[in-house]
Design a protein around this ligand. Structure first.
Ligand code: NDP
Ligand code: OXD
Length: 316
């Protein structure tokens, strides 16, 4: 019997090709909506989406599973007429590992004063700068899910003191975990704040001046550092800019922005103490995506429960 095809409706850079997915899906047909905009959609049961078009869901009356092309699902909740079917997000070692690399890199850049050394190098200036020990610095991670937990353990392995905050309290070796009620205690001891929260109505604009002012100022980094790789909608860019100017924040590393691509005229581009990357901290790997889809479809079609289902009430 022919396997039910998968619809691919993703707004990516073109590196995700239907053919790559078909190979991983054991020959199951993959219909790329970008390449076949007039494909017949009435019988489509499975769809892989990223930033779905407002009209897409109206055209999918037979949909049974909605797969997110990334770990985040805010791009789906911004659409209308979302069908009442399971939404499965992308969880994979490849994505988790890349994110932890990015977070550790940003923390080490701050710890080892890399931007200051870059400046000295440009000036051909041989000079040692005092650098704190990792054990003197507390990294506080907001969001202890798939990504936050892994980053926490790797920062611990690098010698940082690590704290974490999430809706429900977690237990992670060598990480001091806090829940919703303990946010201020968590912030007061945090030198480097790392944002790995999903974007939901509750996390919209959560990283703002009021929060930055609660971070530990008395640290060996010259002030608090803010790092965000969750979603740009969770931070307030005008506050970040003002806090960099008045030294409430000593530095930032941002991978996500309120508007992406970051507008050309954003002042963020020009701060020496701002490290910016173009939403590339962790990128969906097409081969890993193929394996993930193959596994979930195999489970579904043999009557096993799907994994990584989004809780629609919490929105992540
Ligand atoms: P998870 O769903 O596994 O984890 C989310 C974490 O955030 C959980 O610990 C959850 O708490 C916590 N959380 C959510 N809402 C709140 C809240 N209101 N208050 C307190 N804690 C909250 O997500 P992932 O770790 O897989 O991914 C996190 C986000 O990272 C994604 O949603 C996406 O936006 C972003 N991302 C960015 C990428 C990039 O390249 N920049 C790549 C991949 C993902 P609890 O555990 O109690 O539920
Ligand atoms: C994701 C992302 O959510 O890349 O996976 O942002």
């Amino acid at each position: 019997m022919d396997k039910s095809p998968l619809l691919m409706a993703i707004e990516f850079d073109g590196s995700v090709k239907a053919g790559n997915l078909e190979a991983a899906l054991g020959g199951r047909k993959v219909i790329d909506l970008n390449e076949n905009p007039s494909a017949s959609l009435e019988e489509i049961k499975y769809a892989l989406v990223w930033k779905p078009d407002a009209e897409l869901f109206r055209k999918l009356p037979a949909l049974e599973i909605l797969f997110s092309a990334g770990a985040g699902v805010d791009h789906i909740f911004q659409a209308s007429n979302i069908p009442d079917v399971p939404i499965v997000r992308f969880v994979d070692h490849s994505l988790t590992t890349q994110m932890s690399e990015w977070v550790c890199l940003q923390c080490l850049m701050q710890l080892r004063r890399q931007r200051d050394y870059d400046k000295l190098q440009k000036e051909h200036h041989w000079k040692e700068i005092a650098q704190p020990m990792a054990a003197d610095i507390t990294v506080g991670i907001m969001g202890l899910g798939e990504l936050g937990k892994d980053a926490a353990s790797k920062l611990d392995a690098l010698g940082f003191k690590v704290a974490g905050w999430s809706r429900s309290k977690k237990t992670i070796d060598n990480v001091d975990c806090y829940d919703n009620d303990e946010l201020d205690i968590f912030l007061a001891r945090t030198d480097i704040l790392v944002g790995l929260l999903p974007f939901t109505p509750q996390t919209k604009g959560i990283y703002n001046r009021a929060m930055f002012e609660k971070l530990n100022r008395d640290n060996l980094l010259g002030g608090p550092v803010f790092i965000n790789a969750g979603r740009g909608g969770s931070h307030v860019e005008t506050d970040i800019i003002a806090c960099l100017r008045d030294k409430t924040l000593s530095a930032v590393s941002l991978d996500v922005f309120e508007v992406e691509p970051l507008p050309q005229d954003s002042p963020l581009w020009d701060f020496e103490n701002a490290i910016l990357t173009p939403h590339s901290a962790a990128v969906t790997d097409i081969n890993a995506m193929g394996k993930h889809l193959a596994r979930q479809l195999e489970r579904y079609e043999t009557g096993l429960p799907l994994e990584h289902i989004v809780d629609r009430t919490s929105g992540y």
